[in-house]
Design a protein around this ligand. Sequence first.
Ligand code: ADP
Length: 388
Amino acid sequence: MITDSEELDTGVDDVIRFENVVKRYGRHHSPAVTDLTFSVRRGELVALVGPSGCGKSTILRMVNRLVEPSGGRIVVDGRDTTHVDAVTLRRGIGYVIQAGGLLPHRTIRRNVATVPRLLGWDPAAQARRVDTLLDLVGLDPATYGDRYPAQLSGGQQQRVGVARALAADPPVLLMDEPFGAVDPVVRDRLQNEFRRIQTDLRKTVLFVTHDLDEAVRIADRIAVFSGGGVLEQLADPQTLLSAPASEFVVEFVGSDRGLRRLAVTPVRAEDLAKPLVLAPEDGAAYAATALDVDRGDVAVVLDRGQVAGWVPRGRLREAARSRDGRVRDVVRPFTATVPDRADLRTAFSALLAQDAPLLPVLDERGGYVGALTADVVHTALRRGVGNT
Ligand code: ADP
């Protein structure tokens, strides 16, 4: 319950708010964090990125008071954190660190139950909660619950770290390079799983990473910091990559930001190519002429609304030499299709993996919507905000 009147001024749905926060580690040091003001909204995941030493961990650790600010204030769920007992504060905030930060001499069960036990939950409730959470992070409680951390792989330990942070169902999660210690394949899987969990749970999350691609993949908004904890830009991934706000951000997101944007740009029906559509029973001679008129190199073949394949111009011409040649004689199957909700990265990579120079895009019911081509990818990327 909020009792302190000065703490009633949140109004908006900000769950974590930094107000003019400053951190100096010593009187003679330059600040690690300089006059920082920004908020994280309820259910939002904000990733903090920037070069090593720019203050990301410091910013994160001030939220649960592992580091005390030198100035300004941090408000969590409407309460100035300095007015809350630090231990109580930490129990209400999930914290995930690299390699899980598990206690090596405690079983997985005991590790996950750490906060519920401190909060005095009864043992049966603790056990139920542990089972639920291990299931949630994809570990079978019966198999892994009684093992010790060293008996698990790095990726599994990291999952346990996430389960432990979620144990008492805190509204806020702080994650400090949580997937930094595992190899890229495992990291990819953990990111996807965490995204799925976050879609369900909608925690308010601050997430530190040095990996911009990771931030682009999982964050709702990304905060880019330069040295001294200076906030250069706070924006959704799409905007950050297409309209970097300063020279520093341009430099940080890199010259390949166009490639990164693929992952955050959706396939849009209105951008898709509309090549000539043929039916399998169409005559090859007719089809070849129609393709000439269309000035296309390939046509899509639809059989009663379903994608049957594609034909290149040369093959149609060959088939047209025989008097009763049909499209069906030369149609080639597509090896892949994509749903119209896919992102451009997924779609482009499917396009590159097949022979056809186009990729059919299907709606929810499997109906043909249009075709993705390299030109379409280019157009879609060039649209968007501030194409510099
Ligand atoms: P990042 O997480 O972005 O790598 P940090 O927050 O760890 O950055 O560090 C920011 C700056 O503060 C760095 O210059 C670092 O050396 C300094 N720093 C961090 N922790 C301490 C500490 N406990 N004592 C003194 N300086 C520190």
